[in-house]
Structures are given as C-alpha cells and as structure tokens.
Design a protein. Structure first.
Length: 109
C-alpha cells in the first residue's frame, strides 16, 4: 500500500531543476532570434517601401498593387493620379503603388 502512494506522489526531488539564470538566457536568445529574423527585415522593407513612395514623381511609369500599369499624371499629399489609357485617369492612394518601372532596367525575356 505504501508503494502505491509513492507512485502517485512521484519521486522526491533529487536536486534543483534549471535555475532562473538559464531561463533568462533561453528567453533572451528567443527574443534575439525573433528580432533578427522577423522584426528587423520587416522594418527594412518598410523603410524601402516608404522611400519608394516618397521618390515618385510626375511621368514615372508604375504598377499598382492590383496589377494595373500606368503613368503618374499628378501627385497630391495622399493620392496619385495615374493615367492608364488615353483620356482615362484614376485617382489612387499612394500606398497602392507597388513598383516604379525603371526605364534603364533591362527587360526580362
């Protein structure tokens, strides 16, 4: 009967488990991994995107996030007027511009 109770209660502790310092080091290393693999690259992409949006000027050829090709016909503080065909202009949010097509870049065939 005594053996049954010792099985239920478990073995007595033979020693201390991992200390507080090892837990702090573990969590610190996890935070560093998240920072360098997720947060930092995302911040870098956001800065590049903002630079792209700020560098837009009238006459640039652009592609919108929905895949429409056009030319910038006008700029406002928050919007862009994009000409997509003759006598067809669309007013879009600046954030909807996905890329600016560079005339100097070689075409991919």
């Amino acid at each position: 009967m005594l053996q049954y109770y010792t099985l239920l209660m478990g073995q007595p502790n033979q020693g201390e488990g991992p200390g507080l310092m090892s837990n702090v080091i573990l969590f610190g290393s996890i935070i560093l991994i998240f920072y360098f693999m997720i947060i930092r690259p995302q911040q870098k992409r956001a800065k590049e995107r903002q630079k792209l949006i700020d560098s837009m000027k009238k006459g640039d050829k652009v592609i919108t996030s929905s895949g429409i090709y056009g030319t910038i016909a006008g700029l406002d503080e928050k919007t862009v007027l994009v000409q997509i065909a003759d006598n067809v202009k669309v007013k879009l949010d600046r954030g909807s511009i996905a890329t600016i097509i560079s005339e100097t870049a070689p075409e991919i065939k």
